[in-house]
Every structure is written in C-alpha cells, then in structure tokens.
Design a protein around this ligand. Structure first.
Ligand code: AAT
Length: 278
C-alpha cells in the first residue's frame, strides 16, 4: 500500500495515484475488507478501503454535500432518509442539516468503518455520536432494502466501488428493490464513479435505473482524490424532477461546495458524458 513515504493507489492497471504520508494511523483486515487510516500531507486524514480512497478530511465536503443536498432539496418533504454504506458518517451529517428530515438511517455493512471513522475522522462522523435523528444499522444494504417496502422518502447509495460487498449495490435488481423501498414520491441517488475511468458502468447503471424510475438524471462533481477527479452521481425520482426545483426557495445551509445555483448547473453535462447516457 505504501511505497517509500507515499501511499499509492493502483486505480487501474495503467493508472496510479500517490500522495505523501505523514503517518499511517491504523490498518486492519475487517471481515469485509482491508481498512487503513492514513494521515497524508495534502489531504489530511484519509480512509482507504481495499486500497481505494474513500474519503479525506480536505475534500470530503464535495462528495458528502453532493450526494445528499441535490436529492434532499428536490424532495419537498424528506422526512425519512436512508443511507446505504457511508459508514464514515459524512452523508448522514449532511442529511441531518435538513430541518424536514426527522429520521436518517445509516445501513453500513462493516461496523469497523463506523468505529474507526468515529475514532480518526470525528469531523466527518459527527452525526454518529448519538444524534437524535440518526439510527445506525450494521447490516447488508441489499438485504435491508429488500425487507423494507414503502419506507423512505430519499435513499442514498453511498457505496464502495462495485467489487466485493458493494457488487450487489450496482445491480438492476437492487435498483428495483430501492424503487419499492421508496414512498410513492421517493428519490434515490447513487454514487456512480468516474466518466473517464468507469464509462461502461455509468452507461449500464443509467440504462438500468432509467428502466425503473420515471425520472433519471446524472450530475457531476469535482473530487480530487477519486480516480480522474471527475465524479458522477445518478439521481432517480418517482415524481419530482431535480432540475425543475425552484432553487430560489432553497434555504441557506452550512455548505462548502453545494449552492442552489450549482444544483441546476451540475446537470449541464459535457458532451462525452451526455453520450454515455444515450
Ligand atoms: N462516504 C464516502 C465513503 C464511501 S465508503 C462506502 C461504504 O459502503 C464502505 O464503508 C463499505 O463498507 C460500505 N458498503 C459496501 N457494500 C455494502 C453493502 N452491501 N451494504 C452496506 N454497506 C456497504 C464511498 C466512497 C465512494 C467512492 C470511492 N472512490
């Protein structure tokens, strides 16, 4: 995992990403994956799972704000929210900023991600320390979604890459189960990887989700520590169109990346990304 003083991620057989390490804080093999917490010079503390960067102190705000606020500001009354994966707590921290969210449930398969995030990334995991709106389940998200019908207003799929425990979270059957787990006007959003590195996955997932939900859209954000730095999210909705939101009505919240103007802008896609969705 480290070469000299650098952490190096082999992102594809042809692509490596390196960053200088101050200190390796913790490593362990959990029942699900290899987990590491590294203190890096450029990005601060970093959570690495199976040798892939999951989040860092310096750029986590982009991913966590963008996976949550677009859907939560599209739904007029997102009372009950589910986060699948997301054991670092970043997405649920953003979700509970919404006044209308009464309950946010985190379903993370690996309890060690939750515990080590609380220990080493408390700024990200802040909502996991007994927040009154938050419930934490250590369970497989696929199973939880299959067992809960018509429960949620918003479901966020904050998952690892489609290998190992997260493989099922990118399957068409899973998106069908997400549709059923949502209320009649529910919204789902999923992290869907990089249009440069994972173009085929984006096309396949978009097609699958489009076949299930009446409204399916893709948006982008710039995440420097993920492969290629350009990241996609796929949002799917039963009733409300995320692009049709009157953004002038969105209340000011404590964010660093998301703004109401950006809520609209992120749906304007580069041509090569539009082509992936045809
Ligand atoms: N918040 C950004 C961090 C992540 S981690 C995604 C989490 O999904 C991991 O903690 C992993 O244990 C969990 N996970 C994987 N499979 C399942 C499952 N079947 N059910 C529940 N949780 C699961 C996301 C990073 C995104 C992209 C990184 N390049």
């Amino acid at each position: 995992m480290s070469s000299g003083f650098f952490y190096t991620e082999e992102q594809t057989p042809n692509l490596r990403y390196s960053c200088k390490i101050n200190k390796t804080l913790h490593t362990e093999t959990t029942p699900f994956q290899e987990l590491a917490m590294i203190d890096t010079v450029q990005w601060g503390r970093m959570l690495v799972l199976d040798n892939m960067v999951m989040t860092t102190i310096k750029d986590e705000f982009v991913y966590h704000e963008m996976i949550s606020h677009v859907a939560l500001n599209t739904h007029p009354n997102p009372k009950k929210v589910m986060i699948i994966g997301g054991g670092d707590g970043g997405a649920i921290r953003e979700a509970v900023k919404h006044e209308k969210v009464e309950k946010a449930v985190l379903c993370e398969i690996d309890g060690r991600v939750i515990e080590t995030s609380k220990e080493y990334l408390p700024e990200i995991a802040s909502a996991l320390f007994g927040h009154p709106k938050v419930e934490v389940l250590v369970a497989d998200g696929v199973k939880h979604i299959e067992e809960n019908e018509g429960e949620y207003d918003v479901i966020m799929v904050d998952s690892t890459e489609p290998v190992g425990p997260a493989e099922g979270l990118f399957a068409a059957d899973f998106y069908k189960a997400v549709y059923r787990a949502l209320k009649p006007d529910g919204i789902m959003v999923a992290q869907t990887e990089s249009p440069f590195v994972n173009a085929e996955l984006i096309s396949r997932v978009f097609k699958d989700i489009k076949g299930i939900f009446p409204i399916t859209k893709l948006y982008l954000a710039s995440i420097p520590t993920y492969p290629s730095g350009l990241w996609s999210f796929t949002i799917a909705s039963k009733v409300y169109d995320p692009e049709a939101v009157d953004v002038s009505t969105i209340p000011e919240r404590d964010t660093k990346y998301y703004t109401p103007a950006l809520h609209k802008a992120v749906f304007s896609l580069p041509k090569f990304v539009q082509d992936l969705l045809k």
